[in-house]
Design a protein around this ligand. Structure first.
Ligand code: ADP
Length: 888
């Protein structure tokens, strides 16, 4: 069991308690024993004992008490004896430690009459040193013990010492008397009653308190009157306590003669009857004002100590905390330091440290890899060892500011590999300052090998340039495209113009006249400045200027006529070949003299061709360009063709109109002729036929048989001629008939026709089938004639056995399609057209009688009624004649 020191705040309590024990005892043995016990109890001492030197000079330990079972022999070693010897000799306390027992021993002198009579040992088992305040407390106790022992009845334990003790007793009495007179302890005696009647009080009361002993003895209330009124009850209690229990103690304030209050410690004990007199109360009073003050001081000090202690505790806590923090920090630092070290060493980035003299002091593995050099090789050498030879000076200049504290954030510095390869490294640096915070102690720099990146960057730059040029090319292409688009739009516009011009030209009745307007438009569209349109005048074989633009009226007049083969246009008109003249102002071609004189620089002339023959020219010229594009030339050709086409159409139309007119005229003439001829022939024919018949009647058989035959011929020929003349008359009258059109019932018409032809029908046994026919708008006589001709032909060219004729109608859109069908000899398809012409027959009159006019009349009638007629047939398989008549 350890006996550590009590806590400082317990010192005072321990002291008071110990003092109470010590001062109330009388026998020396009791004092010593109880002091030991008190120190053990209140101060936690592990051993308390008293060392005294015997007469023979021997040291004896007595009245020892040890809860730790420490043997007194521990304290009789020569070392301890020496300490004890010193204390006995000098009267000064001593503190000593016993190692290895870890015992702290305090040696306190016990004095009597200024002579050290014994040494009190107080031992604690603790590794700590004895606190000063505890030592003070112990010293005070030693003082108390000294006083108490001095005043106690000396008793000795050994018989051998008894004699000596009796001698000493006497001596002690003397001492006691002296003590009573000279010590501060006031002894007194009271009656053994509650009445505080002083029977004895020691003489030193005079020196201590200023009152004479007689003042106490004479007045039983004197003592109490000087006790502080607040403390009187305490005094009375102590007395009655003593009377009850044998002992009493009180501390109270007492008024000295000098008027000052003193603190008195008063202890009393009931004494039995003895040599000192009857039983009573024996006590002592001692002025404890200094002690009280010391106590108060001690208390104050204690408070202070407590506060200090608290401060200390909290300071200690703080210290502990900061110690922990420090440890942690230290640990962290150590860890960080190690971490940093390994970080630097094993970092992927090259790290280097140099001192202010540019000497390399640290060089990590990444740097070794970067340079192919080892740390051992470069450490201590100048930084320039790392730079490529030609740039060493320049790069060192660059580095210089770093040792003045400048820090890099990213600086590009090339590093040379041992084998010569130069790598580009991007640096950042930090300055390490000396503890003074001002001077630079080192520079640490970390690099990033950007060679690859640099290469990639270069490649990127190249790529970028490539891209830029591609971009430019693209832009160029785009420009080209948009230019072409513009051109296309332009050309589209031109073609639209052209198409419009074509439409205008082709629909115009007078293309020559609108050529002017159209060519002006085309000229503007082609950004040309002039155009000329020459046409050949067939009457004189020369060319006249039909239309032009871009020259003065006077010039136009001057060049108003041009001969074939003269100048560009003349040559083109003569040869029918295009001429494109470029850069005319510098051309030696004489044909271009005329256009050159007009300031023209490029000129294209195309022939206007009609029926493979040139009928004129169309030419365009510019004064601002030296040549035309293919597209422009194509456009000019297209316009020229359009103009030619329009003119050709116009000419064809004119020719047709002319032809039609002539035809109409000749037809009229023919009709007139046919009419006149047939009409005028009728009379002589009638005379011929009449006389021939007369001749036959009168002279038949009277001349000879030949004559009879000849006369017959004349009569037959006359009859045929008559038929012919009649048919011709009929034919010529179709168009001149003045009968107005009206509704014609075709059923009635066909009935009339079959009635007229009944004889022939019956004769040949023809079967006729007639459908319901509509009513039409027309000439009833001509309709009858039409049907009669067709039915008559069907009978004539009908089959011999079982001839049939079918008459019917098909309702078509807007017209009636009527037909007359037979099952006769049929017609070869090549004759389908011919048979409708006048006098055209496929047979002789011997085979089939006829004039070849019947179908011609039919066509005329149908056409007069606004319809058309045609034949459908196969040889030997019958024929169908169809015609249309518009619906009324
Ligand atoms: P014609 O009957 O007086 O000869 P047409 O003008 O009526 O004159 O007929 C012209 C020719 O057409 C006839 O000569 C005949 O060869 C042919 N033709 C007309 N109608 C028929 C028909 N129904 N069948 C066969 N041939 C016919």
């Amino acid at each position: 069991m350890d006996t550590p020191f009590p806590a400082p705040q317990e010192y005072f309590d321990a002291f008071i308690k110990t003092a109470q024990y010590v001062t109330r005892l009388t026998p020396k043995q009791d004092i010593l024993t109880e002091t030991g016990n008190a120190l053990v109890r209140f101060y936690g001492a592990g051993f308390v004992g008293f060392m005294e030197r015997m007469k023979g000079g021997e040291l004896t330990c007595h009245h020892w008490v040890s809860p730790l079972d420490l043997s007194p022999h521990l304290f009789t070693t020569p070392e301890v004896r020496e300490v004890i010897g010193e204390v006995l000799e000098t009267g000064f306390f001593a503190v000593h430690r016993l190692e290895p027992e870890e015992i702290a021993v305090t040696f306190l002198p016990i004095t009597w009459e200024n002579v050290v009579t014994a040494v009190m040992l107080v031992a604690h088992r603790t590794p700590d040193p004895v606190p000063d305040d505890l030592l003070n407390s112990y010293l005070a106790i030693a003082g108390l013990v000294s006083t108490a022992v001095a005043s106690a009845v000396v008793a000795f334990t050994t018989a051998a010492e008894k004699k000596e003790a009796e001698d000493s007793l006497r001596e002690a009495r003397e001492h006691l008397a002296f003590l009573v007179e000279n010590t501060p302890v006031i002894l007194y005696r009271l009656h053994a009653s509650d009445e505080l009647v002083t029977t004895f009080i020691s003489e030193n009361v005079r020196t201590e308190l200023g009152y004479g002993p007689e003042e106490f003895a004479g007045d039983p209330g004197f003592f109490m009157s000087l006790v502080h009124p607040d403390d009187r009850q305490r005094v009375r209690s102590a007395v009655s306590g003593a009377l009850d229990d044998g002992t009493g103690v009180a501390e109270y304030r007492f008024l000295g003669r000098d008027g000052a209050w003193r603190w008195m410690h008063d202890e009393m004990r009931v004494v039995p009857d003895g040599e000192a007199g009857p039983a009573g109360v024996l006590g002592y009073r001692i002025d404890i004002s200094p002690r009280k003050r010391a106590e108060e001081e001690l208390f104050g000090k204690n408070e202070e100590l407590n506060a200090m202690n608290e401060e200390l505790v909290s300071a200690q806590d703080e210290l502990l905390q900061s110690n922990r923090d420090l440890r942690e920090t230290e640990h962290e630092l150590r860890k960080t330091g190690q971490y940093l070290d390994s970080l630097i060493d094993y970092a992927n980035a090259p790290i280097i440290v140099w001192d202010p003299q540019f000497r390399i002091t640290r060089f990590n593995r990444a740097f070794e890899r970067l340079t192919g050099r080892t740390a051992d090789d470069v450490i201590g050498r100048s930084l320039d060892v790392l730079f490529p030879d030609p740039r060493k000076r320049e790069l060192m200049e660059m580095i210089r500011p770093t040792v003045r504290g400048e820090q890099w954030e990213s600086v590009e510095i090339p590093i040379a590999h041992e084998k010569g390869e130069v790598r580009t490294v991007l640096w950042n640096s930090a300055t390490l300052f000396a503890p003074d915070g001002r001077s630079v102690s080192a520079v640490i720099a970390q690099g990033q090998d950007i060679t690859g990146r640099k290469k990639a960057e270069d490649a990127l730059v190249a790529k970028n340039e490539e891209l830029i040029s591609m971009h430019e090319e693209l832009r160029h292409n785009l420009d080209e495209l948009s230019r072409r688009e513009r051109e296309l739009t332009e050309s589209e516009r031109r073609y639209r113009d052209l198409a419009e011009s074509g439409r205008l030209l082709l629909s115009s009745e007078t293309p020559e006249e609108i050529v002017q307007a159209i060519c002006e438009r085309v000229m503007a569209g082609l950004s040309c400045d002039v155009f000329f349109n020459y046409l050949i005048d067939e009457t004189n074989g020369r060319m006249f200027l039909n239309a032009s633009a871009g020259t003065s009226e006077q010039t136009a007049e001057e060049i108003g006529w041009l001969d074939l083969g003269v100048a560009v246009c003349g040559c083109v008109a003569r040869d029918g070949e295009r001429i494109v003249a470029e850069d005319i102002q510098n051309s030696p071609d004489e044909r271009t003299d005329l256009v050159r004189s007009l300031g023209i620089t490029a000129y294209a002339c195309h022939p206007l061709v009609y029926q493979d023959r040139p009928i004129g020219t169309l030419s365009f010229g510019t004064r601002s360009r030296t040549r035309f594009t293919d597209e422009e030339l194509g456009m000019m050709k297209a316009v020229t063709d359009l103009v030619a086409m329009a003119m050709a159409r116009k000419r064809a139309e004119a020719a047709l109109t002319e032809y039609m007119g002539r035809l109409r005229e000749s037809n009229g003439e023919l009709e007139r002729f046919a009419y006149v001829a047939s009409h005028d022939l009728k009379e002589p024919l009638r005379a011929v036929r009449s006389f021939a018949q007369l001749l036959e009647r009168k002279y038949r058989g009277r001349i000879d048989s030949d004559a009879d035959e000849y006369v017959r011929y004349i009569i037959d020929g006359g009859a045929r001629m008559d038929a012919l003349v009649n048919d011709l008359l009929e034919y010529s009258r179709v168009n001149s008939a003045d009968k107005p059109f009206g509704p014609v019932d075709l059923d009635g018409v066909v009935r009339t026709v079959t009635d007229v032809l009944r004889e022939r029908i019956c004769e040949k046994g023809v079967e006729i089938e007639v459908a319901d026919l509509p009513s039409v708008h027309g000439d009833p006589v001509q309709m009858t004639q039409l049907f009669q001709n067709l039915v008559s032909n069907a009978i004539k060219f009908g089959r011999e056995n079982g001839p049939t004729i079918t008459i019917g109608v098909t309702d078509r859109d807007g017209v009636y399609e009527l037909f007359v069908r037979d099952n006769g000899i049929g017609i070869a398809s090549e004759h389908f057209e011919k048979i409708f012409e006048i006098f055209k027959r496929l047979h002789t009159s011997e085979e089939y009688p006829g004039t070849g006019i019947g179908l011609a009349i039919c066509r005329k009638i149908v056409e007069r009624h606004g319809g058309r007629i045609w034949a459908e047939s196969e040889e030997g398989a019958g024929s169908t004649f169809c015609f249309t008549i518009p619906k009324p």
